[in-house]
Design a protein around this ligand. Sequence first.
Ligand code: PA5
Length: 446
Amino acid sequence: MTLRLKDKYIKSFVDEAELKAIQSEITCAHKQLLEGTGAGNAFLGWTTLPDDYDKEEFERIKKASERIKKSCDVFVVIGIGGSYLGARAVIEFIKSPLYNNLKKDTPDIYFAGCNISAQYLNEILSICEDKDVCINVISKSGTTTEPAVAFRVFRALLEKKYGKDGAKERIFVTTDKARGTLKKFADEEGYETFVVPDNVGGRFSVLTAVGLLPISVAGIDIDMLMKGASDAAQYCKATADIDKNDCMKYVALRNLMYRNGKSLEVMVSYEPYAAMFNEWWKQLYGESEGKDGKGIFPSSVIFSTDLHSLGQILQDGQRNLFETVVYVKEPATKLEIPYDEANVDGLNFLAGVDLNDVNNKAMKGTILAHIDGNAPNIFIEIEDKSEHSLGYLLYFFEFACGVSGYVLGVNPFDQPGVEAYKKNMFALLGKPGYEEQKKALEERLK
Ligand code: PA5
């Protein structure tokens, strides 16, 4: 079993009658997702991706990744939101948050276009100065401001370094299949392009070229990642029965928490390599469920680090939260605590103990303390941090998200709320067509 959900740390907070009652809603939502009869059903391509992903494109991703690995020291991945988080999450989870500093035979990878900071972009530019560089711009719409600005900057850098023809070999574009300015531009310039399928939204796109190309450049086995997702798809789709399907149990438990006033879910990991995975999960759930005045607010922590900052409020603050712990059973490395003759720190009782065991005891102690403090914990265990396990986990959370959105009564596949800031920003920047809004906003800012 790649993944197991244990409910023993939440059971006492759940009313058995309520759990039974939510089954019919879950059965209905599960059916809607599988049959494509729910809201947003034009965006269900991700449900079958692990098994029906375009084979030709998949092979081309692998070939391009080999070329990139051979021809550059630095690979700059340009994108934001769903066009960024999945790739970074997988690279940090499987490799390391310190990936760029490790000894390796794959390029350093930097992410740009995921903010509007001049300092951040300048720093990546200066890192690229004496290095061979390739870039991958990822934008489904092709019009998102942050990646579009970064693409301009890096395209200019590459053209200056290698000339227009040389740059062409180093620019890879992942975008919409046919529509959109970026696709047209890429074809005109002769850049190699990869597709974000029309029926896959940004936050569900990690298993398309959006995620797969950068992930493969990092030396990660994308076949095994897809296999993990495929196994999860089979499992999640098989039944809506809460007692037989941990994916549906997760949906049931989090919705019952929400209905009982726990409107904040904290994703907990005890490994820093999961920090970006948590960011990916936050976007997935925040953008899918947070609408129409509804939604569980997704947040995250890395323990034990954050026990020294947020531990107090989690233990003892407003009781509006529950936690979901993702635990990786088999650690990738071990570290034995050394014996110290002087024993100044009094830690000799731990001499010879593997640090993973200390981390596990910290986890168990924390879970018990938090449930004693009325913060229920959902416990999800995966076998290891392999490609297969992570692919499984990604799909598990995607599928749960789709079903959960329907149980909540929202369209989990749109994101109307993210437009508001963009309109204001364009107006304030003086984009043609926004003259009236500019005047009104500037008046409010006086
Ligand atoms: O999940 C989403 O839809 C968003 O986060 C988008 O991925 C993000 O806004 C970037 O959009 P685009 O890929 O069109 O540049």
